[in-house]
Ligand binder design. Sequence first.
Ligand code: ADP
Ligand code: MG
Length: 537
Amino acid sequence: MASPLLAETQSIVKQFEFTDDDVNKSVREFLRQMDEGLEKDGTSLSQIPTYVTGVPTGKEKGLYMAVDLGGTNFRVCSVKLNGDTTFNITSDKVAVPKELMVAKKAEDLFAFLAQQIKKFLEKHHGDHFEAHIRRRMTVSSPDGYKDEHVFRMGFTFSFPVQQVGINKGTLIRWTKGFDIPDAVGKDVCALLQTEIDKLHLPVKVAALVNDTVGTLMAHSYSSPGSQGSILGAIFGTGTNGAYLEKLSNLKKPLVGEYDTSTGDMVINTEWGSFDNQLNVLPNTPWDAALDKETPNPGFQMYEKRVSGMFLGELLRLVINDLMKKPDVSLFRDENSSTNDRRSTTDIAETSGIWKAWGVDTSILSHAAGDHTPKLSVLRETLQETLQISAPAFEDAQAFKAIAEAIGRRAARLAAVAIGAVVLKSGRLADPERADDTVNVGVDGSLVENYPYFEDMIYEALRAIEGIGEEGAKRIRIGLAQDGSGVGAALIALVAAGAEKNAPTEEILSELRQEARATAATAAVSDESDQVGATHSA
Ligand code: ADP
Ligand code: MG
C-alpha cells in the first residue's frame, strides 16, 4: 500500500510534468515573442542588438585582452588566438573592494579597474609594456608609435546597458549590490578608457561584451570545421541566450554605426523574461510563491523556472509544504523503529530549509546523481548541507523525486529556448546544409554540473515539431568555457576588423598626436609617472 508520503510525492511530481505538447506550444510562443522583440521595444523578449555582426570561424589570430566586471570579481586576461581553433589564456582575478561598489564617483571604480589592467600588463606582458612606454618617449621617428602596438580589449560588463555601438554603451542601472549613481547614463567604455589613458596604458577598449555573446563567440571559435555556432546560452545563476539573426529580420530602428557587410547581427534575447505574461509557462503554487518572494514579481518568469538562483528555492518551498501536511511523515519519525537508521530524524533550527533562499541548487544535482541503493550519498549531503540528521530512506526518496521533477522541467524549458532558436535559424530545413551540424554553445554551473541536464534537453528537442529525431542528431550542444575571456577577445578582434574599414590614418594620426603630447609632458616634468609605470611591481 502506498504511504501518504509516496502518494503526495507522486502528485507533486505530476504537477511539475512538462509534456511534449507543452514543449511544442511553448516553442511556438517563444518564436512569436522573438519576432515581437525584433519589431519593437518594450516586449517580453528584449532582443537587444549587440552590434556584433558575425561569428568566428576558428581561423582568427592575434593577441587580445579581455576584462570582465561581474558581480563580485574583476578578471583581466590576455588571450592568444592561434588561428586553429585553439587559444592560450593568461588571467588574473581580484575581488572588487566593497567600498568601490558604492563609490561617490564613477572615476573611483574605473581608476581601480585601470590599475588592475596596468598590474596585469606589467606582470604578464612586461616586454611589450616597456617597449610601449619607450616608444611613447621617442616619437621623433614617425614609426615610433603605431596603432598595432595597442592591445585591443573586450570589456564584459554584466550590468544592464543600452548599447549604441560596438564599444559604446550607457549604463541603465546598477544591480548586484553596486550603486554609483554618478555612472548611470554614462558610457562605461569611455569611463574605462579615460582611466586607462591616464595611466598611458597601450590598451584600447574595442568592444563592449555581454556574457552570452561571449559564449557564442568562444564556442564558435573552438568548434572545429563549423560554419560557426548559432547560439550561446547561459544556464548559471540566471539564464539568457544570444544568437545570430539576419539583419533584415531586425525591424526596430538601430542607432549608431555597424558593419552591414555580413547581413547578420548577434541579438541578445534577454530570454529570462520570456513569457512574463504566463501564456504558456507552467505555474505551480510553488512557482507563484517563489515569485512573490523576489524583488521583481512578475518579471524574469522563465528564468525563475529554469536557472540556478531559483531551483533550490523552489525545491525548498515544496519540501516545506510537504512537511506541514499532518498525515505525511517527511523528515519526521514516529520513533526509531520507523527509520531505517534506527534513529529519529531531526532538522537543526539553523538549517537552510527554514530560510528563504537557504537551499542551494547544487543539492538538486546531488539528488539526481545519487544511484546508490539506499541513497546514502544524498542522505549524507542532506545531513551536511541542510543539517537534517538521520534522514530515512523514504525521506531521501521523496526528496530525490521532487528535486528531479524540478530539474527535469527546467531542462525541458531550456530545450524550448534552444529549440526555438534552432528553428528560427532555418539551418535544419536548409537543403544546402542538409548534413551540417548545428552548433550551440552553453555555459553555467547548472548545465555543467546537473547530471543528465543535456540528455533531458535532447529528449525534449526530439519531441519538437520541425526538429524530431533526425534534427536533434544534427544539433551539437557543447560547453563553451571562458566565454568572458576568449569570447570578449574575439569580439575585440571583430571590432578591430571593423576599425580597418574606418579611416585607419585618422586613428593613427590621433594616436601619434597623443603620444607626442604625452612625451612632451613627460620630458618636461612628469618623469616619476613614466618611471613608475615601467618599474613598479
Ligand atoms: P554565474 O551565473 O554567476 O556566472 P555559475 O555559472 O557558476 O555563475 O552559476 C551559479 C549558479 O549555479 C548558482 O545559482 C548555483 O546555485 C548553481 N550551481 C552551482 N553548483 C551547482 C551544481 N553542482 N548543480 C546545479 N547548480 C549549481
Ligand atoms: Mg557565468
